[in-house]
Design a protein around this ligand. Structure first.
Ligand code: ADE
Ligand code: ZN
Length: 326
């Protein structure tokens, strides 16, 4: 269709994407067969079953079991495969969330991880024309100590392309506010604050991300639709939300696409960017998310183009690249 062709040719940025969750089924099988004792299925049918989520806690549980990165070479493989997938969707720039503490626990040392990210990023640019930035995210379940270790890595190693600090995992029983000291240290060192908030719990965690963590964008943030004062605040302060409809549907964060708040967020004047979160796990890609906005929410080409521009404005890329995308 006209819309599908428009989306396929549209230069895009992708601002909410997790490295491990981005691995295509093929890439997962390649890495799982490299390390068959890692607990990840090595056959396609079993992997598809493994990637069927019953609810959000189950999704997080599966996500944590996917330890595909054991060596620096695995990291380079995953980054370059991701870059190829992004290039195929005319994504020119992506900010990729990497969870260094998880990879350290899985066996990749911090020096190796930093070097592999630098090497992978160079290959992404040279082979695929895709520019990558890194967001080092803490898994909330590892508590403030895990966040401090994440900041130690981000600030201490600061591999080329380092953009910010993130916070993922569960919001239930772990307040964003608990991570304030780690985030303050990261921000003082010049990193951007890019936490998840308001994905599966109410707007209070988005307020906490803004006031306690100095959030400059919000991962998901869909709960903002429940709080008119928060919508006004996000619009007035130009705080973008990184909205991932397919992710929200498949993890149960949203009850249905029909009930998804994206149109309400846009109507309230909140800057909304579209993203995939974990495209390999959810079997989606950024073009599919744009097409979904047309098919389900009735957005036309001008609205889709505006979403893409919002993303380019919200990206922490060079102004030269931003101008090319805009
Ligand atoms: N890690 C990977 N995907 C995530 C999500 N959607 N929410 C929280 N943590 C995540
Ligand atoms: Zn996420």
């Amino acid at each position: 269709s006209t819309v599908a062709d428009f989306v396929a040719a549209l230069p895009k940025v992708e601002l909410h994407l997790h490295l491990v969750g981005s691995a295509s089924l093929d890439t997962v099988l390649t890495l799982a067969r490299r390390h068959p004792d890692g607990g990840v299925p090595t056959e396609l049918d079993a992997l598809r079953r493994f990637y069927t989520f019953t609810d959000f806690p189950h999704f997080l549980d599966v996500y944590r079991q996917v330890n595909l990165l054991v060596t620096a070479a695995d990291v380079v493989t995953l980054v370059t495969e991701l870059a190829a997938d992004l290039a195929a969707r005319t994504v020119r720039y992506a900010e990729v969330q990497v969870t260094p503490v998880r990879h350290r626990m899985g066996g990749v040392g911090y020096d190796d991880l930093a070097q592999a990210l630098v090497d992978g990023r160079t290959l992404a640019r040279e082979r695929h024309g895709v520019e990558l930035g890194w967001v080092f995210d803490a898994d909330a379940i590892l508590g403030p100590a895990g966040a401090e270790e994440t900041v130690d890595f981000a600030v201490g190693h600061r591999p080329d392309g380092t953009v910010g600090i993130g916070l993922g995992g569960s919001e239930l029983g772990v307040s964003r506010a608990d991570f304030a000291p780690a985030f303050h240290r990261a921000v003082a060192a010049g990193l951007h604050s890019l936490p998840h908030a308001g994905e599966t719990v109410g707007p209070g965690e988005i307020w906490a991300a803004l006031t306690d963590l100095g959030a400059e964008r919000i991962g998901h943030g869909i709960a903002a639709a429940q709080d008119p004062r928060l919508l006004e605040y996000l619009a007035a302060h130009h705080i973008p939300l990184e909205v991932c409809p397919t992710s929200n549907l498949l993890t149960g964060a949203a009850p249905s696409l029909a009930a998804h708040p994206l149109p309400a967020l846009v109507a309230a004047g909140v800057p909304v960017t579209l993203a995939t979160d974990d495209p390999g796990m959810f079997q989606t890609d950024l073009d599919a998310e744009y097409r979904l906005c047309h098919d389900v929410f009735g957005m036309g080409i001008p609205e889709l183009a505006e979403i893409a521009r919002t993303g380019a404005r919200a990206a922490f890329c060079s102004d030269e690249l931003r101008t090319q995308i805009l």
